[in-house]
Write a protein that binds this ligand. Structure first.
Ligand SMILES: [Cu+2]
Length: 219
């Protein structure tokens, strides 16, 4: 019985590591393009740990600037594997849209860590940066003003629709998923309205996932 128990614990620990935390499947992020049959003929580089772009496990404040811009470990040299010019950035446009359009987003959650996700866009042709994504803010959900998709108690695919800016078109830009989990207790880090002290759940640094997808937006 004891042996069985130990085996079970080791197994689930290993399972969690490989399963990661979540991945943007629509439009497919750079590390997940290989999972999508629509792009098979373009030979995307497979990343079997595409659900694991969570800043190498470093918990993040709201700005997540201690994370690679596309979710890689911060200490990795640029371009990191998921950044423009990196191993998994094969230049495959996985979403083609029109200016101001409402576009479908699918985030596949592979761990249940609650929290929320949002979508950002960077239209700078040079190497993407946190600053570039922050410039336009988070995209609103279609038909509303809120920018956060709550994933409390959710697992598997979470589908939503966001609205592209009415004034943005680009032959090449980057869409970024920002997922902020809620599994740790902490104090306010400047942006939230948590009681300080004693703090609350979801306050302070949390596990964050960042995923980049190559897209284009026509006039
Ligand atoms: Cu986790």
């Amino acid at each position: 019985m004891k042996i069985l128990l130990i085996f079970g614990v080791v197994c689930s620990a290993g399972f969690f590591y490989v399963e990661g935390h979540g991945t943007l499947r629509e439009p497919p992020q750079r590390s997940s393009v290989w999972r999508d049959e629509r792009f098979a003929s373009l030979n995307p580089t497979p990343n079997y740990d595409d659900g694991g772009l969570w800043c190498a496990g470093e918990k993040q404040d709201y700005a997540a600037e201690a994370c690679g811009v596309c979710g890689d470990g911060f200490s990795v040299a640029r371009p990191r594997p998921n950044e423009n010019g990196g191993t998994y950035a094969n230049g495959i446009i996985t979403g083609r849209y029109r200016r101001g359009e409402e576009i479908p987003i699918a985030f596949e959650l592979t761990a249940q860590h609650n929290g929320y996700f949002s979508v950002q866009i960077c239209d700078d042709l040079t190497l993407e940066s946190h600053e570039c994504f922050q410039r336009r803010g988070f995209l609103p959900l279609a038909g509303g003003t809120t920018t956060k998709i709550d994933v409390t108690n959710r697992q598997g695919f979470v589908n939503t629709t966001v609205q592209l800016p009415p004034d943005l078109s680009c032959q090449y830009c980057v869409l970024r998923l920002y997922y902020r989990s809620c599994k740790d207790w902490g104090e306010c880090d400047g942006v939230c309205d948590c009681p300080n002290p004693p703090g609350a759940m979801c306050c302070g640094p949390q596990e964050v996932v960042l995923n980049c997808a190559d897209i284009s937006v026509s006039l």
